[in-house]
Design a protein around this ligand. Sequence first.
Ligand code: HQG
Length: 181
Amino acid sequence: METAQITRISKFLSLHLRHQPQALGLELEEGGWVKVEELLRGCAGQGLPITRAQLEQVVADNDKQRFAFDASGTRIRAQQGHSVEVDLLLVPAVPPAVLYHGTVAAALPAIRQQGLQKMQRHHVHLSPDEATAQRVGQRRGQPVILTVDAAAMRQQGCVFYESGNGVWLTEQVPAQYLREL
Ligand code: HQG
């Protein structure tokens, strides 16, 4: 498949596995899983017929490993980024001492006051390195990078989760743990 087609399928999957499963007649199971068979049927029903092999290519080639099959290969899910109510069964994990967040200048006044909030998502998304945070911030304009004192947050009892594709998740980041690079 060509890159454009892979991107198109990836965006379609993100939309339905994170935000609108019902539009494909799907309901996310605990953990965010849906049956591959049902997903493929739903895609075809919405005018985007995909084969199992094409789906496997999209999952394998995805730049951020956004999707994963379960061990049996019969179910698939988005690894993070959901807006629908779903329990991803995330397991608390110990993050690197410093994490990064890429944003833009327009968001800074609010972030300085309220810290990082999860906005439309289930968690605040944090990056393990500055380069990744740059890419995240770039989606919205000239990126501004914040560091997060994850070690201090953990000492205060804040819980972190690793999403399975390198994204670190937490409920919120109070402003005192943020520094502007
Ligand atoms: C900002 C993509 C005002 C925050 C990326 C961000 C990432 C605040 C925006 C993943 C704020 C939320 C997540 C506050 C945070 N006041 N603005 N108190 N707290 N913000 O998209 O982190 O392609 O929900 O800085 O690569 O940008 O979806 O989060 O600018 O990994 O796989 O509010 O999404 O991955 O935006 O991105 P988002 P994000 P996918």
